[in-house]
Design a protein around this ligand. Structure first.
Ligand code: AHR
Length: 554
């Protein structure tokens, strides 16, 4: 669409995207797009926990990813990969969920404590995964050595300044096992027998774990329960655990994507007995994958390629990532039918893109995949959605941390690189803990073809937050280089004067661009220039870009 056409259709309302509550008449006289930052319309504090991660005993996440062992030639801190710890601190990673995922509901935490040499070897939940058609390669991803257990994970969190979020086994263990795990982690030094076992393992003081998941995907691998059945199980697990003076936060196993029935029936069942079972968060899972191959019931057929995708799949996947916004508002509305004061918040504890096998950096890395500039766009627009719903989303955990799905890190033995998604987390870290403020973004929709039929995709997408005099504005442009132009955009701040602006942009001309062991810095953020004209900021957002404008207010 040409600039003049956009202005005309924007004025007739055809392409105006309103992300805020206040309707603003588009004033894009000369620019392609316009962003209004409404500093006087706060949404909520952006919980740092939105910048959370997820680590499961799955392929190369734990073994080869986080854990290399004390005797490894790979630099490590007591067996934990040192470079990973340092990178986590750089991006101010906030929380890590462990040990699953589906693995969590087959895991006995007792297998992973005490002297490592005496820990049992167990078949990993993923041992028969169809992505390993010739069977799982030998190693701890097949028969878990349990060398990485509760204390190793909690040490990892301590080293990387992150909070732990432990997912308890509801399918194959009992409420007693759950509260004894809480006892092992949180009982004060010298009190219970489990506190003594913890001390014998080197940790006298309690680990003080606050976040506890009560099952995972209980509608599927976590027990295949109906929502009513799960509500009963949830109550049994959450009814009593020792709190040791802590404000424990229980997270219920919420819906698969848009399954509103799961949320409605679960909350309805809990409400029958009054209260919400001491629940703090309701977990939503949404993976972005590509339907262009045709969805099938097969576990992974129909997913697209991580790197070699046609133009249509670029648009299609970014369009699917946008679905997150509707999932949040829809489930929030259903939860509000029962929990009128919204005491329970949403926890999006699995999100990211999921592709078919083939781009993993090592055959042992089940569900491992490369990440391109497209994944950076998905990360940016998803985090922006979370910010715009900072009043609803209390935590989010990208799936997964390393060597799996939308990972921030890829590693094998002594090789270690960061993906474009890592750079987005680093750029966006300034939002953590800041006040999310409303933005109105008007920009042309992008036209493309879906299965030979015309389709459109939201254009610029973004969010803003304020901390003291620092305004952080982040924006993604999902346009395709060569097909869609850069968008010159007027950015108006209501109720503030600009003193200084620093721009950082992550972009690539090749939509398949990614980092690799051979070329680890192929994509990195670069500084860019904005101009200020008569109090209005003007910046040109390149197609296929994620941009941060760090604005100091006068
Ligand atoms: O992240 C991979 C798997 O996806 C998790 O184990 C499960 O919870 C989800 O289905």
């Amino acid at each position: 669409m040409k600039r003049r056409e956009f202005i005309n259709s924007a004025l007739t309302g055809g392409v105006l995207l309103l992300t805020g509550s206040r309707s603003v008449t588009p004033q894009a006289k000369l620019a392609d797009a316009r962003i209004e930052v409404l500093l006087d319309e706060p949404i909520g504090r952006i919980a740092p926990e939105i910048y959370g991660h997820f680590a499961e005993h799955l392929g190369g996440v734990v073994y080869d990813g986080m854990w290399v062992g004390e005797n490894s030639k790979v630099p490590n801190i007591g067996g934990i990969r040192k470079e990973l710890v340092e990178a986590m601190k750089k991006i101010k990673a906030s929380v890590v969920r462990w040990p699953g995922g589906c693995f969590a509901d087959s895991y006995n935490w007792r297998d992973g404590i005490g002297p490592r040499a005496q820990r049992p070897r167990r078949p990993n939940f993923w041992v028969d995964a169809p992505e390993w058609p010739k069977g799982a390669p030998d190693g701890p991803w097949k028969y878990d050595t349990n060398h990485f257990g509760t204390d190793e994970f909690l040490r990892f969190c301590q080293l990387s300044n992150t909070q732990p979020y432990l997912a308890a086994n509801l399918r194959s263990l009992t409420p007693k096992d759950f509260y004894e795990w809480v006892d092992y982690c949180n009982s004060p030094a010298g009190t219970t027998t489990l506190a003594e076992q913890r001390a014998a393992a080197g940790q006298r003081e309690p680990w003080k774990v606050r976040y506890w998941g009560v099952g995972n995907e209980s509608w599927g691998c976590g027990g295949n329960f109906s929502a009513d059945e799960y509500a009963v199980e949830y109550r049994r697990f959450a009814e009593w655990v020792p709190r040791y003076g802590m404000d424990l936060a229980f997270i219920g196993s919420g819906p698969n994507g848009g399954d509103l029935g799961w949320s409605r029936r679960f909350f309805g069942k809990l409400a029958e007995k009054g209260g919400f079972g001491k629940m703090w968060g309701w977990a939503l899972h949404h993976y972005t994958w590509n339907a262009s191959g045709g969805r099938t019931t097969d576990w992974y057929q129909g997913k697209g390629d991580a790197v070699n995708y046609p133009n249509d799949e670029w648009y299609e996947l970014l369009s699917e990532a946008n679905v997150m916004e509707k999932l949040i508002t829809d489930h929030w509305a259903v939860m509000g039918e029962f929990d009128r004061q919204h005491r329970v918040k949403l926890v999006v504890d699995e999100w990211g893109a999921w592709y078919k096998p083939g781009s993993e950096v090592h055959p042992t890395h089940l569900l491992g995949q490369q990440s391109t500039i497209r994944d950076a766009l998905i990360a940016g627009l998803t985090l922006d959605i979370f910010h715009r719903h900072a009043d609803k989303v209390a935590m989010a955990n990208v799936a997964q941390l390393i060597n799996c799905l939308a990972a921030l890190f890829l590693a094998h033995e002594d090789k270690f690189i960061v993906t474009p998604t890592y750079h987005v987390f680093e750029m966006y870290a300034a939002h953590q803990g800041a006040q999310s403020v409303r933005t109105n973004i008007s920009s042309p929709r992008i036209s493309y073809s879906r299965n030979s039929k015309p389709a459109t995709l939201r254009g610029l997408n973004g969010s803003a937050s304020l901390r003291d005099k620092q305004l952080t504005l982040t924006v993604t442009n999902p346009g395709l280089p060569g097909a869609n132009p850069a968008l010159e955009t007027e950015i108006a701040l209501h109720g503030a004067t600009i003193k200084e602006v620093q721009v950082t942009s992550l972009t690539a001309k090749d939509i398949h661009a990614h980092n690799s062991f051979a070329n680890p810095r192929s994509i990195e953020p670069q500084p860019a220039q904005a101009t200020v004209k008569g109090g209005t900021l003007v910046y040109s957002f390149a197609p296929a870009s994620v941009t941060k404008l760090q604005i100091t207010l006068a």
